[in-house]
Design a protein around this ligand. Structure first.
Ligand SMILES: Cc1cc2nc3c(=O)[nH]c(=O)nc-3n(C[C@H](O)[C@H](O)[C@H](O)COP(=O)(O)OP(=O)(O)OC[C@H]3O[C@@H](n4cnc5c(N)ncnc54)[C@H](O)[C@@H]3O)c2cc1C
Length: 382
């Protein structure tokens, strides 16, 4: 069995890649180790409206709620409300979203092989084990969309993402204003905690961090109640792998370490990287050229698109590691100023925070707090 493109993994990045490859006329097979698309869910399901649009599905079925802003609440008691007064993000059911994306890929002509796990790659073949027993499947281009623990990257012995965080989350009943996400920067010293309204009286409470996650989560979540209907754990890779292509293979989405280091959101960059990979796969197949010079076009495309944002995001993540509870409280208090809040409301972009950061650093009260930012070398990006 031979295909122009084999995609490993049917998460959002894999199905977006498979759909685009099929649309470009390439024979495409997408292999998924689970029997059902979209489960287990390992995501808070908060997508900017731009990220949701990038998923290019025809229905709004996955959308559970729409949010216009966020409340940021520090352990020391400071609080700000950022409200754009128009929908900035949607809260989705990831299972439904993933399934609809897979259906769109199948409609475009991509084949799917479910409950089949790829365990090795040699030359121009992947080796998979699953419903059809052990199979050797040939490819011209391989797209590795196999998530944060990418088997393909491991088989090649590639250097992976710079940092891995653990995520933990539960759905529960709880008081909420459905318009606002709540962010708790001190819930987890390396990242943050959240409470996302999924609808009236229902919240999704979670956090990401490096260690002691069960204990931290128990401490954090008890303020919201104890009755949970869905419990999720997952891995968040931050900091892009050193090289995102080799040996006819392109790494996309979480497999490449594309989640945004400021928010953990990985769908926007994952889906966009998938389409860049499909474009390069189509060029390679058309020219019948699969050398590194051709594949390097993929790295150029994602770098030009969002590479700088991810690098800036990673520097901000490093700065966050050095910030104490007091530093964070001082920052939130400095932001609590009508002109700064309206700048955030106007220029805030979950997917591309760089423009807002540059603007905020022009404000004297923020600049005063920016010593640690400069130490982290953030200024080199401006
Ligand atoms: C707690 C938490 C909350 C998050 N919240 C958000 C959020 O609110 N918004 C957002 O944008 N992002 C969020 N993310 C990140 C987001 O979930 C990921 O970035 C996104 O799922 C990446 O999509 P992907 O297709 O690259 O990888 P995945 O969704 O991980 O998909 C990879 C697929 O590959 C399959 N697979 C793996 N290995 C093999 C193999 N060997 N053979 C066959 N199949 C294989 C897996 O079964 C899986 O279906 C969150 C992550 C965590 C951990």
């Amino acid at each position: 069995m031979n295909y122009d493109v084999v995609v490993v993994g049917a998460g959002p990045s894999g199905t977006a890649a498979a759909r685009e490859c099929a649309r470009l006329g390439l024979s495409t097979l997408c292999i998924e180790e689970h029997g059902t698309i979209g489960y287990p869910v390992q995501c808070a399901g908060l997508l900017s409206t731009a990220a949701f649009d990038e998923c290019r599905i025809a229905s709004e079925r996955p959308v559970l709620n729409r949010v216009t802003g966020a409340r940021v609440i520090t352990a020391a008691g400071s609080e700000i409300l950022i409200d754009a007064k128009k929908t900035k993000a949607v809260v989705v059911d990831r299972g439904t979203l993933d399934r609809e994306m897979a259906e769109a890929a199948a409609d475009a002509g991509a084949e799917f092989r479910m409950k089949t796990s790829v365990y090795s790659v040699k030359g121009t073949s992947v080796y998979a084990r699953g419903v059809n027993g052990v199979e050797e499947i040939g490819f011209k281009i391989l797209i590795a969309a196999d998530g944060p623990r990418s088997t393909i990257a491991r088989v090649y012995g590639m250097e992976r993402a710079r940092t891995y965080l653990a995520g933990i989350q539960a759905d529960m009943p709880g008081e909420c204003d459905t318009r606002y996400v709540r962010i708790y920067p001190d819930a987890s010293p390396e990242f943050f905690g959240w409470s996302i309204p999924t609808g009236p009286g229902r919240i999704r409470v979670g956090m990401c961090g490096r260690k002691d996650m069960m204990e931290r989560f128990a401490r954090f979540s008890k303020q919201f109640g104890t009755s949970t209907s869905q419990f999720v754990t997952g891995t968040l890779p931050l900091g892009v792998m050193k090289k995102t292509f080799r040996d006819r293979t392109l790494f996309v989405g979480d497999a490449a370490g594309f989640p945004k280091p400021t928010s953990g959101g990985g769908i926007y960059t994952g889906v966009r990287s998938a389409r860049h990979a499909a474009a390069v796969a189509a060029t390679a197949c058309e020219k019948d050229q699969y050398d590194d010079t051709t594949l390097a076009g993929y790295e150029r495309l994602w770098q030009e698109d969002f590479g700088r944002e991810l690098e800036l995001g990673y520097r901000m993540f490093e700065v966050r590691q050095k910030m104490s509870v007091e530093d964070i409280d001082a920052l939130i208090r400095a932001l609590d100023n009508p002109s700064i809040l309206s700048t955030i409301e106007e220029y805030g972009d979950m997917d591309r925070p760089g423009a807002l950061v540059r603007r905020l650093l022009m404000n004297p009260s923020i600049l005063r707090l920016a010593g640690p930012l400069m130490q982290a070398g953030l200024h080199t990006l401006f």
